[in-house]
Structure formats: C-alpha cells, structure tokens
Design a protein around this ligand. Structure first.
Ligand code: NDP
Length: 253
C-alpha cells in the first residue's frame, strides 16, 4: 500500500498492541510510537517486554505500559483482571492491534493432536475475543477507536497442512464481520489485516527452506497498519485488507 502517514497521525492516541515483543507486533509498536501514540504493550515474556520498553523509552522518551499475559494459559477472569489494570493507566483506548499469534505445526488436520488444536484456537481466536470483550468499555470511551484483527491468506482459502491455524484465521474473519455489524452505531470500527508473507520467525518456521530475503520486512508493510489505525480509514468497517495486495499466497517465488 502506498500511504504516507502524517508524523502526528496518532498524537494523543492510546494504542494497545498484542504480541508486541517480536515480528510484526514489535515493528507496529515502534511505528505507532513514531507517529505519536502512547503505547500499551502485551506480551508473554517479561524479559522481552522490559527490553522493548527500555528501547521505546530510549527512542521516543515514553515508557509504554507493559502487561505480561500468556494467551495460551489465560482464562476469561484473567482478561477481566487485565482490563481493570489497563483502565488504571488508560481512561480510553483509541486503537487495538490484535497481532499475537501462533502457527502450531504444519501437518494434516487428522494428525493434529487435539491439545495443539486447542492451543492454537486459544491464542489466535479466544484471546482476541476475550480481550476485546474485556476492554470494550474502555474502547467505547474513546472519541473514535480502531480495532484491528490479524488474518492470513489461509483464513480465506484453506490449504492442506495449515489446519488449526487456518481455522483460527477463518474464524477471525468471521468475528470481524459479526463485530462490525454489531458496532455499526458506535464509535468503534473493526477490520482485519492480512500481512502476507513477511520476514519473521513465524514465517521462517512455516517455510524453513524459503529465501527470507525475498520477503517484505515488517517495516515495509507498516503503511496499512498506520492507515487503518488512523483517521484516514474512518469509513472502513468490517473489511479484510491485504498489506501486500496482489502477492500470491505460499512460498516466495
Ligand atoms: P512472530 O512469531 O514473529 O510473533 C508473534 C508474537 O505473538 C510474538 O510477540 C509472540 O510472543 C506472541 N505470542 C505468541 N504466542 C503467544 C502467547 N501464547 N501469548 C502471548 N503472546 C504470544 O509472528 P509474526 O510477527 O509473523 O505474526 C504476527 C501476526 O501476523 C500473527 O497473528 C500471524 O498469524 C500473522 N501473519 C503473519 C504472517 C507472516 O508471514 N509473518 C503472514 C500472515 C499472517 P514472543 O515474543 O514471546 O514469542
């Protein structure tokens, strides 16, 4: 996407990013901070969160609010508890990037251990649902808020071997459509992004033999992440966007 975001696009906005300690989420955290946002960052690894917080402070002069939560272990009460803590640091949230995700394993659906299937669903689908439910009152306090979920090409067209992950992303697209209709008359808009093949650890795990240099970096796909978080996308509701439009799914050619 060609989009040149004004440097103050997110000034005075509070943005929450999940999976902020690596890959696309980490890049999004830096990008949103660069464009003026106050950050609330979620991760499962305290050391990585502390390191990230120090880096953001060093670069942008703000200490983000950081919260440790492991989506594979959390239950509904944990999200309600987290929301209470978030409300103490942020009276309103202007944007959420639901980015954290896990691949699981590439293997036939019929050979997928039920526990692995459940874990992928918990991290990729249940977590964004329960977190959104818990923080909705804080989102509704913002003048306008952008809620962004993360999908994948295999969340639109199934592919052998991608079982649980693909199912979780199909369901994510469904959640976005349902929520978008239900939130039509509110100040919250809901959409999702398919990053497309991007140079991260998850991608390397999915395609270990791929030449990763042929993939876009997280930094190169940020224009869509900025556009959808800021006011220029104010009329987008219930849509699924591609950060790399026209890119053929599958390994880099
Ligand atoms: P990475 O594996 O690089 O990063 C994933 C992030 O999610 C990490 O910060 C990780 O934490 C966090 N995370 C994983 N499991 C949990 C958990 N149980 N609890 C809390 N946080 C967790 O992945 P990408 O950056 O590549 O992916 C980001 C999103 O984009 C995902 O939703 C993915 O499905 C999607 N996507 C990515 C594509 C790609 O090509 N890269 C293509 C299509 C979609 P930690 O830092 O501790 O490991």
């Amino acid at each position: 996407m060609q989009y040149q975001a004004p440097i103050d696009l997110l000034k005075n906005r509070t943005i929450l990013v999940t999976g902020a300690t690596d890959g696309i989420g980490r890049e999004a955290a830096f990008t949103y901070a660069r464009h003026g946002a106050r950050l609330i960052l979620l991760g499962r690894n305290q050391q990585k969160l502390d390191h990230l917080s120090a880096e953001i402070h060093h670069k942008f002069g703000q200490f983000p609010s950081i919260f440790k939560i492991d989506f594979a272990l959390a239950n509904a009460d944990d999200y309600q508890e987290l929301a209470k803590h978030i409300a103490l640091v942020a009276p309103a949230i202007d944007g959420v990037l639901h980015n954290a995700g896990m691949l699981g394993k590439i293997l036939p659906l019929m050979e997928t251990p039920p526990t692995l299937w459940q874990q992928v669903m918990k991290v990729n689908l249940e977590a964004p649902f329960l977190l959104t439910q818990a923080i909705m009152p804080i989102l509704l306090r913002a003048e306008k808020a952008s809620l962004i979920f993360t999908t994948s090409s295999v969340g639109r067209q199934g592919r052998e071997g991608w079982g649980a992950y693909a199912m979780s992303k199909f369901a994510t697209e469904g959640m976005v459509q349902v929520l978008a209709e239900e939130l039509t008359d509110t100040t919250v808009r809901v959409n999702c992004i398919n990053p497309g093949g991007t140079r991260t650890q998850m991608r390397a795990n999915a395609y270990p033999n791929e030449d990763s240099l042929k993939l876009k970096t997280p930094g190169e796909i940020m224009p869509l992440y900025l556009w959808l978080m800021g006011d220029d996308s104010i009329n987008a509701q219930g849509e699924s966007f591609d950060a790399q439009p026209g890119r053929k799914p599958g390994p880099a050619a």
